[in-house]
Unconditional design. Structure first.
Length: 135
C-alpha cells in the first residue's frame, strides 16, 4: 500500500495530448472529472488545459446547457404562448365587433343598448309580486 505522503513523479504532457483531451471534452465524449482520473491529474489542471486550448470554452464565459427535456418544454411553452395570444386577439375582435354593434343599434334605434346603472330600469324589469301558493 503506497504511503499517502508519497510524492508522485512529475509528468509533463505534450500539447498534442492536451489538445486531444480538450477536444474530447468539447465533443462530450468524456467529462472533466473522468479525464482527470484517466490521466492521473487534478481537475484544476484539466481546466487549465481547457482555458489554454479550447476554442469554445474560455475562462470567464458561462455556458448554458439544457437537457433535451428542458428545450422541449421551452418549445411547448412558446407554442402555448402563441396559441394564447391568438385566442386573446380573437376575443378582442369579438369585443370590438359587439361594441360596434351596440353603437350601430344606438344610432339606428335611438336607444342606448348598453346597460347603465344610472338610468331608470325599463318597464320589463319592474319588481313583481312573489309567487304565493294557491290553496
Amino acid at each position: 500500500m503506497p504511503n499517502k505522503f508519497e510524492l508522485r513523479p512529475r509528468r509533463i504532457f505534450s500539447d498534442a495530448v492536451k489538445r486531444e483531451a480538450v477536444k474530447a471534452i468539447e465533443s462530450g465524449k468524456i467529462s472533466v472529472l473522468s479525464l482527470a482520473k484517466h490521466y492521473g491529474v487534478c481537475f484544476q489542471s484539466v481546466y487549465g488545459w481547457i482555458n489554454k486550448y479550447s476554442r469554445h470554452l474560455q475562462s470567464g464565459q458561462t455556458m448554458v446547457v439544457q437537457m433535451d427535456s428542458e428545450s422541449t418544454k421551452n418549445q411547448e411553452l412558446q407554442k402555448q404562448i402563441k396559441e394564447l395570444e391568438a385566442a386573446l386577439g380573437r376575443k378582442q375582435m369579438e369585443v370590438d365587433f359587439l361594441n360596434k354593434l351596440l353603437e350601430t343599434g344606438k344610432q339606428e334605434l335611438g336607444i342606448d343598448l348598453k346597460k347603465k346603472f344610472s338610468t331608470p330600469p325599463s318597464s320589463g324589469s319592474e319588481t313583481t309580486e312573489p309567487n304565493t301558493p294557491t290553496t
